[in-house]
Design a protein around this ligand. Structure first.
Ligand SMILES: [Zn+2]
Length: 123
């Protein structure tokens, strides 16, 4: 099994609904996302997937979140913008966009602050 990880960053605003604490107020984070993909076969060049292709898929997804108020996005019309929900959303959207046969998103590690991260995996 081969794993590749790329790190991307974006800034966004959010607030938590039905939450008793200061995060109920609109505020921002400098999010850091580590996207890990996995697969068992390398191409004829010896790559699982070109880092440039992986980064492009990640940037396509994250562009919608950068400098946005995440609460206003349709993905979060019904769900709270927690780090957990955001990591799951990023996982699935990158999975849909990554056109690399035999390569799956393995893990999203989303840092809301330097000290606090959530990890999302499926399967
Ligand atoms: Zn927050």
């Amino acid at each position: 099994m081969y794993l590749l990880t790329v790190t991307r960053r974006f800034c966004a605003a959010h607030h938590l609904r039905d939450y008793d604490g200061k995060c109920a107020n609109l505020h921002g984070h400098n999010y850091r996302v580590e996207i890990t993909v996995a697969g068992e076969r390398l191409d004829e060049t010896g790559m699982l997937v070109d880092f440039a292709i992986l980064k492009a898929a990640c940037d396509e997804v994250l562009a919608r979140f950068d400098h946005a108020n995440l609460n206003e996005l349709p993905e979060f019309a019904e769900r709270n913008v927690t780090a957990e929900h955001l990591a799951q959303t990023i996982y699935r959207q990158i999975g849909e966009r990554l056109a690399a046969p035999g390569v799956e998103v393995s893990e999203i590690r989303l840092y809301e602050t330097e000290d606090s991260a959530t990890i999302y995996r499926e399967g």
